[in-house]
Write a protein that binds this ligand. Structure first.
Ligand SMILES: [Zn+2]
Length: 118
């Protein structure tokens, strides 16, 4: 098995502006358990946001960002129990970073594990 060549789409990651990156709620938080490496923001086309491992060999296809963020945020709010209902989306990443060490995607892609700092 040969390592996959980085695709132009993945290389375009580096061209994501700060404004665009800020739309990725789980930036710097999402971790791929099978590869033991981060899943990073990826934009396919103009509007399709994903998280993906860089490099080859990952058993997961890219994770659709919106539904993943929705699942993680809902679980976080439920488990944390102190998040104000109206917390603006712009403030949510910081809140997650403050409470969570990582969000790990398990071998089954449907597995999302929240790792709390304490
Ligand atoms: Zn991976």
């Amino acid at each position: 098995m040969t390592a996959a060549e980085p695709s132009p789409e993945v290389d375009a990651l580096y061209a994501l502006s700060d404004i665009l990156l800020r739309r990725y709620l789980l930036r710097d938080l999402l971790w791929c358990a099978p590869c033991d490496r981060p899943k990073v923001p990826l934009l396919l086309g103009r509007l399709s946001r994903y998280y993906a491992c860089r490099g080859g060999g990952c058993p997961h296809p890219a994770l659709p960002a919106k539904i993943t963020e929705h699942r993680v945020w809902n679980r976080f709010v439920r488990q944390d129990g102190t998040v104000p209902p109206g917390l603006p989306p712009a403030d949510r990443h910081e809140r997650l970073r403050h409470e969570l060490r990582r969000v790990v995607v398990g071998p089954e892609m449907t597995q999302l594990w929240l790792e709390w700092w304490q």
